[in-house]
Design a protein around this ligand. Sequence first.
Ligand code: TRH
Length: 392
Amino acid sequence: MHQTNPPATRLSIFCKVVDNYGDIGICWRLARQLAHEHMLQVELWVDDLSSFRRICPEVDMHAAHQTVQGIQIQHWQNQDGQFSTEQIADIVIEFFACDIPPGYIQAMAQCEPRPVWLNLEGLTAEEWVEGCHTLPSPHPSLPITKHFFFPGFTIKTGGLLCEAEIAPQRSHFQSDTAYSAAFLRELGLTPEEIAAQKISLFCYPHAPVAALLEVWQQQEQAITLLVPEGVAHTEISAFLGQPARAGAYLSRGALTVRVLPFIPQPDYDRLLWACDINFVRGEDSFVRAQWACRPFIWHIYPQDENLHHKKLRAFLNAHQPSLPAAQQLTLAWNGVTQGAINWAQLWREFSASKADISKLSQHWQRKMAEIGDLATNLLQFAHAQAQDRRQK
Ligand code: TRH
């Protein structure tokens, strides 16, 4: 991946936290990459500082303005306010059509030349995305146009968030067992738990966790299951026989369950690198699991009328067409499979296909690298737009 030096250097991201941590997780990652790798002056507007603080403990929940890791953070408290053209960035990104303040849009329309305005959309492997990526959407009354920008898995999309440093950092971490063991010790794991097969679990509350807890207890090989506090709370508390608080752990049969604190985003990456198998969810942890180069099972964010089933199948067909075992376990985990499910058999078949999954994951990394990463692709598009505007 190479650096771009667009003439436009100020960039603002607007982020509304709909729920959980994915919205701010994605925007924060993008903000850091644009500031640290591409040397842009980045401002991040976010409406929910308490969710933000969970993935980045340096954030002060009470500050209206603050600078964290070189990024200006603005607490986005309402839609009011007048803005001058000097306050407007060269590139403005609204995440997930989050409705930026009308006063800000008015000021954007008065800038000469106009800023580049992008709506960064959610990730899906469905084909229609290719037809919508970079489509213009003119403002109904003001002389300014916004463009859709879609992340994705093909060359006709914006690609995935992926920092240039992530692959070398991950391979250094994974090849240095002392380094990864030290990281796990800091999270409270014992030497026995570190030596076992390690699985991380991050899923939505409707995941059939109890079924797999049962299977894992019956395995021959010892398993350490690492669960962030608050995830699968009911099932994990039932297993532990006490509320699933950070630090709690219990072994039963081959399985040890250990509850971890919710850790900062870079540590969560390390956790994925350190585990042999990762259960991930939503959008951001799902992409990070792909960069961990370890087998993973995705719990997709549920949508009305099971729209997410289509999204899930589109991804599975793109990512693992030749891996029926991984597909079957993922479909069952997401409640797509009809009828009785033999979890022990699904797990056995999935475990037996781990070598094939590893091969596929290397091929996948190369394929995604050919598309280029989302931040670089986004800047290239913004740069071309800005040049067009200057020539007009
Ligand atoms: O939290 P998510 O479910 O987030 C989202 C939102 O629900 C959102 O509305 C929806 O649009 C989107 O999913 C698809 O899952 P996700 O996307 O994986 O985000 C979790 C973030 O939390 C990710 O950046 C990793 C981070 N994280 C930590 O920093 N520390 C932790 O300990 C854990 C478990 C996660």
